[in-house]
Design a protein. Structure first.
Lengths: 116, 112
């Protein structure tokens, strides 16, 4: 079946602009996660959705970052007034329940964001 | 805060060698540990998941062990092949379900 998809695959923007990144999880997966991977850094957790609710958004680095999920499916990560330090690969993952110790997270290919 | 460390950062070996990749974590209150593979420009692929109550998991040429009390896991790759070349990431699930904490990875190159 179809895996996790993300769009766009690449995004180049100017400092100060707003950007929206989209994630389509695997159909039927209840849990959805956003991470980012900066050059030379490990994956950094941003936010976790259980259905349309976000029980853990403690990883969002500033109030310029927000995310929503609608219909228990598609999620959008929005970054307002982008800064150069926001440049990174943004990865989305989904898992069947988010409430099981045997839940595996399935990752999308990522969106590479470059802020000039 | 959970910290995950992977050693070595990079490894280059000839085909056919048996390999051990190491992962350590600072907080033993985890619910599982996962090993992922990341190919350049692509997302992550799950290789093995070990529940906190388990000691090891095997899949084909891969074997992962977990010693929760000492905060360590190893990924053993038998008879390495050039197709195994990738970055291997270790991730632990924290005390509550949801987020994973990742190490920075081991970049593996297997040459023919």
């Amino acid at each position: 079946g179809a895996g996790v998809s993300q769009s766009p695959s690449n995004k180049v923007t100017e400092k100060g602009k707003d950007v929206e990144l989209r994630c389509d999880p695997i159909s039927g997966h209840t849990a959805l996660y956003w991470y980012r991977q900066s050059l030379g850094q490990g994956l950094e957790f941003l936010i976790y959705f259980q259905g349309n609710s976000a029980p853990d958004k403690s990883g969002l680095p500033s109030d310029r970052f927000s995310a929503e999920r609608t219909g228990g499916s598609v999620s959008t990560l929005t970054i307002q007034r982008t800064q150069q330090e926001d440049s990174a690969v943004y990865l989305c993952a989904s898992s069947p329940t988010g409430t099981s110790v045997v839940d595996t997270q399935y990752f999308g290919p990522g969106t590479r964001l470059t802020v000039l | 805060k959970q910290e995950v460390t992977q050693i070595p950062a990079a490894l280059s070996v000839p085909e056919g060698e048996n390999l051990v990749l190491n992962c350590s974590f600072t907080d033993s209150a985890i619910y599982n540990l996962q090993w992922f593979r990341q190919d350049p420009g692509k997302g992550l692929t799950s290789l093995l998941l070990i529940q906190s109550s388990q000691r090891e998991q095997t899949s084909g040429r891969l074997n992962a062990s977990l010693d929760k009390s000492s905060g360590r896991s190893t990924l053993y790759i038998a008879a390495s092949q050039p197709g195994d070349s990738a970055t291997y990431l270790c991730a632990v699930g924290g005390s509550t379900l949801g987020r994973l904490y990742f190490g920075r990875g081991t970049q593996l190159t297997v040459w023919p």
